[in-house]
Design a protein around this ligand. Structure first.
Ligand SMILES: NC(=O)c1ccc[n+]([C@@H]2O[C@H](COP(=O)([O-])OP(=O)(O)OC[C@H]3O[C@@H](n4cnc5c(N)ncnc54)[C@H](OP(=O)(O)O)[C@@H]3O)[C@@H](O)[C@H]2O)c1
Length: 321
């Protein structure tokens, strides 16, 4: 099969698509023929060699031994967590899945950017028939980080919550899930994404100079909770707006969490397959919109990650093997 591999840490040029041995379904696993697998900014941190430090810090902060560890990097390394496709082989002990089932889920081994992937049977849920492959292959990393963030700051009717990076892959889900709680939601975006926000019941506010005043004006006073999906100084902004630390969550700024200024609930805190099933049900019933910014064939993996690195896209960038 063809799969993305890289031999050492580096920029996008280290990524290759190579012929490698087909994976085999170990006991408890299935092999999925991948139809779509999203690209995520986290893959860039891993490829650049920055993730192990961040993961160690996060594990220390969460204090949970059960946190999914970053597999120690061995080279050549694979890439990719999100996946959707069709089951082509079933390992010993797997009762739930059969060859031909359409599924979506995630790879803890970070090897989903490939034509085939061996994946734990309990990391999958059924792909609804009406869901596109691109959306199905984008349902784990970003939407689950959004779900964990919203659950952590738990907005309520009558409250106002602000989401930074609101137009990004985590942000678009966070604003919609927050809105479903009955809270008023302010999304920090560039002008280009204001219309999408309004269409989804979100009040858009342009980020940049003067944003605190614009947010106060849009909120009509108080801001109760803040979700940071971008990093930079957004945790500081949350505190400037008077939001207490326990109602601030960041999926990026682990140092703010180390200082006790924010929570750091992320993808691994959203309840695994049960959390994923909840999100899939919302998409299937039309209650959650997952925008797709672009799709690329696997052979264009470098181009896809150049685009991810620019941090300008609205929604997911997806590889289609
Ligand atoms: N801890 C976890 O479990 C976890 C899980 C998933 C992701 N993450 C992290 O979360 C971050 C977001 O991921 P993502 O996939 O959502 O990224 P993304 O889709 O690449 O985000 C792109 C968005 O960032 C926005 N943006 C750019 N500059 C901004 C600024 N100065 N202020 C506010 N927004 C700005 C852009 O919106 P405009 O076009 O409107 O400017 C664009 O829509 C990444 O750092 C990722 O690694 C963490």
């Amino acid at each position: 099969m063809k799969a993305v591999r890289f031999d050492h840490y580096g920029d996008v040029d280290v990524l290759d698509v190579r012929d490698v041995d087909d994976p085999v379904a170990a006991p408890g696993q299935v092999v999925v023929k991948v139809r779509a697998a999203a690209a995520n900014p986290g893959d860039i941190y891993v490829r650049e060699g920055l993730a192990e430090q961040a993961w160690a810090l996060r594990a220390r902060l969460s204090g949970r031994a059960s946190d999914t560890p970053l597999p120690s990097m061995t080279f050549p390394a694979g890439q990719g967590t999100d996946l959707a496709g069709q089951i082509v082989a079933v390992g010993a002990g797997v009762e739930r899945w059969h060859v031909g089932d359409d599924v979506l889920g995630w790879s803890d081994e970070r090897v989903s950017h490939a034509e085939l992937v061996a994946v734990a049977a309990d990391h999958l849920v059924t792909k609804p028939a009406g869901m596109s492959w691109e959306v199905a292959g984008s349902m784990y990393v970003a939407p689950m980080a959004a779900l964990a963030s919203v659950e952590t700051v738990s907005p309520a009717p009558g409250e106002t919550i602000v989401v930074s990076g609101a137009a990004g892959a985590v942000g678009v889900v966070a604003v919609q899930l927050a809105r479903r709680t009955g809270a008023a939601v302010i999304g920090l975006t560039s002008q280009a994404n204001h219309a999408w926000m309004r269409d989804h019941g979100i009040t858009p506010v342009t980020y940049g100079d003067g944003q605190a005043a614009r947010i106060r004006s849009a909120a009509g006073g108080r801001v109760d909770a803040f979700i940071d999906t971008f990093g930079a100084d957004y945790v500081d902004l949350a505190h400037e707006l008077g939001v207490p630390a326990k109602r601030v969550n960041t999926v990026v700024d682990f140092h703010a969490a180390l200082d006790g200024r924010a929570g750091i609930a992320g993808t691994n805190d959203a309840g695994g397959a049960a959390g994923l099933q909840h999100l899939v049900d919302l998409v299937a019933t039309g209650e959650l919109d997952i925008p797709i910014a672009a799709t690329y064939p696997l052979t264009n993996v470098r181009k896809a990650y150049q685009l991810v690195a620019e941090r300008r896209t609205h929604g997911k960038i997806v590889l289609v093997p």
